[in-house]
Design a binder for this molecule. Structure first.
Ligand code: HEC
Length: 162
């Protein structure tokens, strides 16, 4: 039990790190190489030229992604594995991808972006498969892979020119 509480704490700490990635870039053994922060160092991200409405749609999906991650973690904390799995599948899996793309301008995204998006959805589907084990030692690495996929894309792409 005590071990589990520690894991949950670790999990929350990890998420905080992901949210304020800049501050954590050089701490902790999880990051082997410091990640360049485009706002503090040179911005090498590729810009995706979306119309303003598609750009808004894209941001809305992104904000929802972050919220979903929070609610998934919350469900894990509450040991509601069924809810955690359902949310992961519905909001981060391939279903969500089809929904999102229907409202955006898929042809404007380079194929490398689609690959990163697919890798992210694949990681989410994998997490959804692992959650029913109710074993945080398996769930955490899988959740970590989902977050890694978020970060990987954020390092490569931006929507507006900033
Ligand atoms: C395939 C690429 C890709 C993946 C995967 C991805 N994002 Fe994003 N995300 C972007 C891009 C591009 C932006 C816009 C960045 C910019 O223009 O500054 C963005 C922006 C955001 C924003 C800012 C939204 C705003 O209001 O400005 C949040 C929050 C976010 N993403 C969360 C997430 C989370 C959480 C995940 C993983 C569960 C995720 N993203 C996965 C590409 C991605």
């Amino acid at each position: 039990m005590r071990g589990e509480t520690r894991l949950v704490r670790l999990l929350l700490g990890g998420l905080l790190c992901a949210t304020v990635a800049a501050g954590c870039a050089n701490s902790g053994q999880a990051h082997k190489t410091p990640r360049p922060n485009p706002y503090l160092t040179q911005d090498t991200r590729h810009s995706i030229p979306l119309s303003s409405s598609a750009g808004k749609e894209h941001r809305a999906v992104m904000l929802q992604h972050l919220e979903t991650i929070q609610v998934i973690v919350s469900a894990l904390v509450e040991e509601d594995y069924e809810l955690a799995q359902g949310l992961t599948e519905l909001h981060l899996g391939f279903f969500q991808h089809r929904q999102a793309m229907a409202h955006q301008e898929p042809e404007k995204f380079p194929s490398a972006y689609h690959d990163l998006a697919m890798a992210h959805h694949e990681a989410a589907e994998e997490l959804a498969r692992i959650i029913p084990t109710k074993d945080l030692k398996q769930i955490l690495p899988s959740l970590n892979n989902v977050l890694k996929a978020c970060v990987a894309c954020h390092l490569e792409y931006k929507v507006r020119d900033n």
